[in-house]
Design a protein around this ligand. Sequence first.
Ligand code: NAP
Length: 284
Amino acid sequence: MKVLLFGAGGLLGSSLYRELSEKGFSILAPTRKNVDLNDHVHLEDYLRNLNFDLLVNAAACSKTDYCEDHRDECFRVNWLAPLIMHRIARNKGALFVHFSTDYVFDGTKKEYFEEDATSPISVYGFSKAYAEKSIIGQGGDYYIIRTSLLYKENGNNFLSLIPEKILDGEEILCTDNIKSAPTYVPYLAQATLKLIELNLPFGIYHISGGYPMTACEFIGIYERIIGKKAKLRKVREEEMNRRAKRPKMSFLNNFKFVSLSGFIPEHPEVYMRRVYERISGKKD
Ligand SMILES: NC(=O)c1ccc[n+]([C@@H]2O[C@H](COP(=O)([O-])OP(=O)(O)OC[C@H]3O[C@@H](n4cnc5c(N)ncnc54)[C@H](OP(=O)(O)O)[C@@H]3O)[C@@H](O)[C@H]2O)c1
């Protein structure tokens, strides 16, 4: 099977690349230098001239605050580029796999299921919700995977960097009044492959870590694992003065995916222990 993977240099894309390679897929992974997703004429041209059976889009303008001030780029990369990818994939009879976010919801419910109406409150959330609607509207063979708060061993993002910050005694600013389910990237990458291999019905799937918590609670688990107190400064989301609004409670319920696939995420503590052991050199 020939796979075209966008965003292979990103947090999720690099794990997907690894999983797909281990399964022996033949992968073409264009970088931004090869295809800039802002340039839709080039994107169309590029896609039309390629043969592939599976197109996986892990590329995104993923910084929520950045999107507030760069609406045009955000909508071009997060909405219009996936729309073009999906249309061309569908015309070639290829499967399209796209990633979305808990930020398509406003966070006023206790938990969210696949069929809940989207209600974004940020530019990023709108761009991702528009992509979902457009892909659904175009039909064909697709999976839209909504996920939340990614972390992994070598990720350069807030959750991934916490163990090092605790070890270094660095002050960590964390919000204690918004919750979502942190998702371990290798689990998400493996779950994505399961979805494809099991040939589950096309549509939207929630694949998240399964346990909603605040950033402060997440750090609390690391404190137990590491056996060291973090230098925490707990704040409310409103005090962060961030450009984009975040949903208060955006737990993506995994029931549909887990019940159809049987692939259950471990408790975050298991993954976090793995992250800590790897970065502290206790394991390869
Ligand atoms: N991170 C999270 O916590 C989170 C939570 C929920 C959902 N998601 C979703 O999960 C998916 C993966 O997110 P991620 O965190 O892995 O993203 P990421 O680490 O920011 O990686 C994004 C990838 O997209 C590429 N990209 C961005 N703009 C591009 C452009 N104009 N042309 C070509 N490539 C471009 C980046 O390339 P460069 O390296 O060149 O910039 C990078 O490889 C996204 O759909 C995101 O919305 C993420």
